[in-house]
Write a protein that binds this ligand. Structure first.
Ligand code: IMP
Ligand code: MG
Length: 175
């Protein structure tokens, strides 16, 4: 069992909101005159996606992809599967993937390869948090919110065993 006392604040909602503003203005600038397709990686990135798109004054469209997850473990199994694929046609679209966290990089590089095969006009990645110390596969991040330490984090969409997604701030989960 994980208790509330194991949570230590890492990034306040206020800082997340400022970072989201900054990322949105970079994205607005880069996608002027375009009609980007934003793909949110479920479930973790839905909170970030919801805040981000409301700062984007662009004729954007949304889709969602669901990949196999960690389950109750804190380590990636290294095996990724598409549980729910995108419904929108990707060919010729300017695709921006929105992710909550890049850890080993295995999940997101699998997704980027999967999307690349569908021949988008462009493919970029927007990530709220990055844990570069744990990287096993190189990942090209175009828009980054925060670099985080090598600790398990929860809140603002991020879960541990499906819990804590609803917290407005981001916390580290201490032993
Ligand atoms: P990767 O394949 O190791 O990069 O793992 C990426 C996925 O693992 C993310 O999309 C998250 O769902 C999950 N994950 C990795 N690190 C954390 C963490 O610190 N907190 C919550 N979820 C995490
Ligand atoms: Mg995720």
């Amino acid at each position: 069992m994980v208790s509330q006392s194991q949570l230590k604040i890492l990034i306040s909602h206020d800082k997340i909101a400022k970072a989201t503003d900054r990322l949105a203005s970079e994205i607005r600038r880069d996608y002027q005159g375009k009609r980007p397709l934003l793909i949110s990686v479920l479930k973790g990135s839905f909170v970030f996606m919801a805040d981000l798109i409301r700062q984007l004054d662009l004729p954007l469209e949304l889709d969602f992809v669901r990949l196999s997850s960690y389950g109750a473990a804190r380590e990636s199994s290294g095996k990724v599967k598409v549980v729910q694929g995108v419904k929108t046609a990707i060919k010729g679209r300017d695709v921006l993937v929105v992710e909550d966290i890049v850890d080993t990089g295995i999940t997101i590089s699998f997704l980027l390869d999967y999307l690349k095969k569908k021949k988008p006009a462009s493919l970029k990645l927007c990530v709220l948090t990055d844990k570069p110390s744990r990287r096993k596969v190189p990942v090209p991040i175009n828009y980054l919110g925060f670099t985080v330490p090598d600790k398990f984090i929860v809140g603002y969409g991020l879960d541990f065993d499906e819990k804590f997604r609803n917290l407005p701030d981001i916390y580290t989960l201490e032993d």
